[in-house]
Design a binder for this molecule. Structure first.
Ligand SMILES: NC(=[NH2+])NCCC[C@H](N)C(=O)O
Length: 480
């Protein structure tokens, strides 16, 4: 059988291809007064985020997914006279990996085509309300420069035409591969609208994605929404990839959250069932809160039988409330709405299954869908100790990316969560040391098992996303 070029059936199969976007100058343009609108809580230092943080992500991804590009060459690549050109998408020396795929590079590629350029410039100018003159000016730019301007919003001479899209590094939210299809998002926040537009053009037009022909799923507003008065926003259709998880060949999770609406989840269930893409869709409703934003900020998978999650949604914290009824009643006023979990089965759609707690669902996935013979284990954010649990969740302790089963990338600042990994028998290694050992031949990627790779995070974490958010997996090995 020919090797599939785009296929994802789990969160934990060995990662072979993904889409990323390295921090462009947008991140250096976030101003305090716009930080919240642009979905950052703070401003970040561009040079640090690039050189001291994100470059490590690129290196480790290439080491695992496309080693020919990097193994044994790091010293040369990082020599000062090379000025990081290996990491710069618009530079001739850019790595151009077809495994660790950079969106800006793909965008520049499709803009070589006259018709696509025309359509995309007009669409961007329409959503950004540009003048006709600006539109003509943009159209006159060459494809590489135009790709930069469409992302950063700024011309080479420094003139700002429209807002940057600093959240473009969170490629997860753009779309999710469901078996051999891709489900595109519909962002809830205005700050992320242009991202969705640019990537839609890439998926429909770039030759790398020909295997997605007729397999791109888009969701649309319904007349229920656009004919209604403005207040009835519950019919709005928005969906972000952080709320979608392909947990097994036949099973997709969809979060209903600050970003993804009930109406969108409803459409996803129907669209996927019509196409017989999965048998089960579980809708996980979490409180609409900035801290949580998507389901992947409160849990992600580590191994077939292991998950990292926020204890607030744990069976234990729900039980604790039974202890003292007065306390429970008073406390419950300020507690989050409980999580609600409903699972639909394509063959018996009128009889959904309800799960009481998040752990019940995750155990069911591990033991029923993934047939794990071992007991399911949970690692809790901040080891479930207040206030570390919520502090570390805020800096994405629950948002890890699996490179291969049991080998995950996480932030180095979440100390208590890291301790909880150690208690489960995990090795902990800093990416810097791991890269040195890999280059020295002391360690091989194939030999790594049950390991948390700690990534520098002082600046990156202020953008409010972790490595799960910074990745759009396109190909993962099947797990058996
Ligand atoms: N899948 C995720 N959790 N993505 C995180 C996105 C963070 C980004 N600043 C936002 O608020 O949109």
């Amino acid at each position: 059988m020919a090797q599939k070029s785009m296929h994802v059936t789990s969160e934990i199969g060995t990662l072979r291809k993904l889409l990323v976007h390295s921090p462009d100058s947008s991140l250096g343009k976030v101003v305090p007064s716009k930080a919240q609108d642009w979905l950052f809580e703070d401003i970040v230092h561009l040079d640090t985020i690039r050189k001291k943080e994100y470059d490590y992500y690129t290196r480790i991804l290439l080491y695992f997914l496309d080693p020919e590009k990097i193994a044994g060459k790091l010293k040369q690549i990082d020599a000062p006279e090379n000025h990081r050109k290996f990491y710069k998408p618009d530079d001739d020396g850019f790595h151009r990996s077809e495994k660790v795929i950079e969106l800006q590079w793909l965008l520049a590629d499709i803009l070589k085509d006259h018709t696509i350029k025309l359509k995309l410039v007009a669409s961007v100018c329409a959503i950004e309300f540009c003048s006709y003159e600006t539109q003509s000016k943009l159209f006159a730019l060459d494809h590489v420069e135009l790709s930069k301007v469409l992302i950063s919003g700024t011309l080479l001479d420094g003139r700002m035409l429209f807002a940057p899209i600093p959240n473009f590094i969170f490629t997860r939210d753009i779309g999710v591969v469901v078996n051999d299809h891709i489900l595109l998002n519909r962002p809830a926040k205005k700050a992320r609208t242009r991202e969705a537009l640019l990537t839609k053009y890439i998926f429909f037009n770039h030759p790398l994605f020909t295997s997605f022909e007729n397999k791109i799923i888009e969701i649309e507003d319904t007349s229920h929404h656009f004919l209604m008065p403005k207040e009835s926003d519950d019919k709005k259709v928005t969906l972000e990839g952080g709320d979608v998880m392909m947990v097994s060949t036949n099973h997709l999770l969809v979060g209903v959250s600050e970003r993804t609406t009930v109406e969108a989840a409803h459409q996803v269930v129907n669209l996927l069932f019509e196409r017989k893409l999965v048998d089960k869709v579980t809708v996980v409703r979490i409180p609409k809160k900035r801290d949580y934003m998507h389901i992947d900020t409160v849990f992600t998978q580590v191994k077939r039988n292991m998950w990292v999650m926020l204890g607030n949604f744990s069976r234990k914290s729900i039980k604790k409330e039974d202890a003292d009824p007065v306390e429970r009643i008073l406390e419950s006023k300020k507690k989050d709405d409980p999580i609600k979990i409903v699972q639909f089965n394509r063959h018996d759609i009128d009889r959904p299954v309800y799960f009481e707690t998040l752990e019940d669902l995750l155990i069911n996935i591990s033991e029923v869908d993934l047939k794990s013979p071992e007991k399911t284990a949970f690692i809790y954010s901040g080891n479930s100790e207040f206030p570390y649990d919520v502090r570390e969740q805020w800096t994405d302790s629950c948002n890890v990316l699996v490179l291969k089963e049991g080998v995950v990338l996480g932030y180095d600042r979440n100390d208590k969560t890291t301790e909880a990994f150690t208690a489960q028998g995990f090795n902990v290694v800093h990416v810097h040391d791991l890269l040195n050992d890999l280059e020295a031949g002391k360690v091989r990627v194939e030999d790594l098992k049950d390991t948390v790779i700690l990534m520098p995070s002082a600046e990156l974490s202020r953008a409010r996303g972790g490595f799960h958010c910074m990745s759009l997996p396109l190909l993962r090995d099947e797990i058996n």
